[in-house]
Design a protein around this ligand. Structure first.
Ligand SMILES: Cc1cc2nc3c(=O)[nH]c(=O)nc-3n(C[C@H](O)[C@H](O)[C@H](O)COP(=O)(O)OP(=O)(O)OC[C@H]3O[C@@H](n4cnc5c(N)ncnc54)[C@H](O)[C@@H]3O)c2cc1C
Length: 210
């Protein structure tokens, strides 16, 4: 149990955060300046939850999460607020590649989790077939659609940009980051920044650029 020490008995509300993983710790961190008493309850013997490091053959390795997308503003804000910005290490230059049309091709420069922003770059990349690129371009003119309920990534992205974008661009990212497939993962839960940006735009490609 950890307490922020603001024992304003009687008047200050008492906030109890259950779980000392990164979510609970972030909640407690942002509450520390508020006029509330904060207590974090953690059932395990250490804080951090799924974030942990251990040593293997003399090398320190991450057991769980080892990276975050710099484009996720909430994570970037948390790192900055916690004074950890300077300690962020950029990913190495070796990046993923997509096997398509009989060769390995580098991923798109302008994309968000595989959702392409620039249709000309997409066409030049050779990752999609000509039909696939033509279908992806339809995203720019298709009317805005209502998104009721929790739909899969494949349904939403495929509906706007076509199945090839899902299979050749989005799935490789999702399987790396979430160990899951676009047909099974929730659009809202996995591509959250895109959900927010696409509320203001019909085009998913334009939302991915935002
Ligand atoms: C192998 C692996 C790789 C990953 N890679 C990435 C990555 O590269 N990038 C990324 O962004 N994410 C990654 N993730 C996901 C990321 O690690 C998790 O989403 C994140 O750490 C979850 O944080 P959390 O605080 O929500 O939950 P948790 O970390 O699960 O923390 C929950 C905490 O609550 C405690 N708790 C639960 N119930 C109670 C209770 N009743 N009372 C008291 N305490 C309780 C638990 O002991 C735990 O400490 C990865 C996850 C795994 C497993």
């Amino acid at each position: 149990m950890a307490d922020n020490g603001m024992a304003r008995s009687g008047t200050a509300p008492h906030v109890v955060v259950v779980g000392g993983g990164v979510a609970g710790l972030a909640a407690a961190f942002f509450l520390r300046e508020e006029p509330v008493r904060v207590t974090v309850l953690e059932g395990a013997g250490r804080l951090g939850g799924q974030l942990a490091v251990s040593e293997l053959a003399g090398v320190v390795i991450d057991e769980g999460a080892e990276s975050t997308y710099a484009r996720r503003p909430k994570t970037a804000r948390l790192l900055k607020a916690a004074g950890l910005e300077e300690r962020v290490v950029a990913a190495g230059t070796k990046s993923m590649a997509v096997w398509s049309g009989g060769q390995l091709r580098p991923p798109l420069e302008r994309q968000f989790m595989g959702v392409p922003c620039d249709m000309d770059e997409l066409a030049k990349s050779g990752i999609l077939s000509e039909e696939g690129v033509a279908r992806a371009r339809e995203d720019l003119t298709l009317p805005r659609e209502g998104r009721e309920g929790d739909r899969s990534v494949a349904e939403v992205v495929g509906g706007r940009l076509g199945r090839e974008v899902v299979d050749r661009l989005v799935d490789p990212f999702l399987s790396d980051a979430y160990f899951g497939r676009a047909d099974e993962l929730s659009f809202e839960a996995t591509l959250t920044p895109l959900v927010t940006a696409s509320r203001r735009r019909a085009s998913l490609a334009q939302a991915a650029e935002a």
